[in-house]
Write a protein that binds this ligand. Sequence first.
Ligand code: AMP
Length: 503
Amino acid sequence: MSNHLFDALTAYIQDQEKTFLETADGECLTYRNMFARSARYAGALHKLGVKPGDRVAAQVEKTSDALMLYLATIRAGAVFLPLNTAYTPTEIAYFVGDAEPSVFVCDPANADALAGTAQKAGARLQTMDAHGEGSLRNLADSMPDQFDTRPRDADDLAAILYTSGTTGRSKGAMLSHDNLSSNSRTMAAYWQFKDDDVLLHALPIFHTHGLFVATNCLMMAGGSMLFLPKFDLGDVIKLLPKATAMMGVPTFYTRLLNSEAFTGDLVKHMRVFISGSAPLSAEVHREFSIRTGHAILERYGMTETNMITSNPYDGDRRPGTVGFPLPGVGFRIVDAKTGREVPQGEVGIIEVKGPNVFHGYWRMPEKTAQEFRSDGYFVTGDMGRIDEDGYISIVGRSKDLIISGGFNVYPAEVEALLDELPGVAESAVIGVPHPDFGEAVVAVLALKEGETFEPEIVQVSVADRLAKFKHPKMVHVQDALPRNAMGKIQKTVLRDQYKSDFS
Ligand code: AMP
């Protein structure tokens, strides 16, 4: 038996001397180095007692060593569990306690604070710092650069990713070897990645976007990466001329547009810009096209399902839409109550089935059962609609739906109008308790730098464009909207902030 995922990721490598990744400070790893270093890390994990099926948890900075740890975990037959670097020791105690990894790798600066957590969960604690150095590298350095990659089947687990969990406890999404390999093979083909591609990689690698969409997709094509520790505007602008493709969250694109150094000439040679993980406003999409001549390719997916839809590579990439279901992905939009498919054009809940869909939540069989229909479709919790040409739009999470006076208000529809107002950088529309209407529509705006804004303009602009029940009853202007590490606006924070607007 082969190792399903590692074999798939390395099947397209033609030339081992080719660059696998290059970092901003000049470190360069060929594919040959990748094989050797991931072998040493896999040897280190084995030495620490990691067996196939064990979990390896890591809360470490983004480095080439951290990426090697991911590949090494797969080669050792274990299950990779990356953790957001922003999590506090209390949060980490929950994840490590829940997943019971056999090895837990953390930053040396946190080692004392996390030693008890690791011990309680039965995990060997190892360290890795922002340069990749620490006890795990020391051990890996003493290992051979060959490793007998462990056999793993398509359905064996490759990773557990805890979902951001805006409500309730975070859930660990169990992703199999085939979930990851089938989806990245589909993406690489759909977006036409080839071995001469150079991907600018500035996303974190504790999340599905940076770890799987970007890295796996690129490896499936045998291409190269410019691997940056984070999105630094200066570094990105400096390196774009060397890249052919970039993947990012929408904030990457707004930050680029805010810089005068970001010109059409700088990116004339680029093949594709891809956006996902949060809605890209139609406004930003258009501005980007005007500035660069490139239509950003927006796609949609989630941790549990990998990528679900994408705008076409060849063809019209429509602003404000996420395109069509990817090949092999079963996709439908249903009525939340009846579970029946809604007619084209109507809003409903998105449900998905296919080799991309995860194997359930770690140690939560009941929660898992609740989220699947009897015919195997997974209920995403996102609401969307399909237009007459088949393009899909996301109108928001079902929990963000506002019901005001008995009418449904889809935040994305109101936000699209607010985003167009002069001076507005971005908007979030939320529902807050209201004594008459149950919920009232409230708009929260962040302005472009140096702009002022009269909130009354909102009423004037929506007056003849939106039904009265969709009009914001209150408008707040603040410096910035609260976001998580992936650039998603945290509406729960805003709802809490403005919950007393009408009481
Ligand atoms: P995560 O599991 O952290 O990747 O978050 C997945 C969620 O992000 C989805 O369920 C959507 O609500 C949202 N999302 C991802 N991509 C898009 C997109 N292109 N447009 C709108 N929402 C998106």
